[in-house]
Design a protein. Sequence first.
Length: 222
Amino acid sequence: MDNYYAGKLNSQMLFQVYETQIPRVKQYLQAEIDFVKENLSKTQSVLELGAGYGRIIKELAPFCGSIVGIDISAESVELGKEYLKDSPNASIVAMNVHKMEFSKPFDVILCLQNGLSAMRADSTVIHKIFETLAPGGTAYFSSYSASFWDFRLKWFEEQASKELLGEIDYTKTQNGVIVCKGGFKATTYSPEDLQKIGEESGYPYLVQEVDESSLFLIIHKN
């Protein structure tokens, strides 16, 4: 699934992913944003990884000092620039998280909506994230709660019905992994997976379930 979000599921197609008609999925999406929003301050600089067209950025911009999003898809970023035109403290750029470079660190880094899976993040990427986080800063990673599996599967079935993804391969879809014909594969992170990342970071961390739909790993760079 190399660069799937850059080559196939981008721009207007990605926008349609979030135009879901499933109320429980809408609740999940908003709950992730609200959880982060409650912990932001107007003085903080924020970086969102895998920002797509800026869906999360737009909602968080009023609650922080500045927010920058990066995404591997140039098409999604172009849509995002229009989407964020009325958010003066927000910006979005095309950049690969595996190669990201910034002139100064950020107070908060967000990797939400199962971003670790979508970006195929390895230990090198996670190390780079902590290098980009300012001392005293906080990183938020989120994945799906096992409690949300049935609704997550319904959401992917909805996306497949819109032809945003290939047909779901039910013989391979199980245990938190969704596989679609055409090359798309979405994994997930268990509480134990997130705890391992937290422990290996060497920083204080917390794994917390939110809304019975998300699992958050919160790491403070002390």
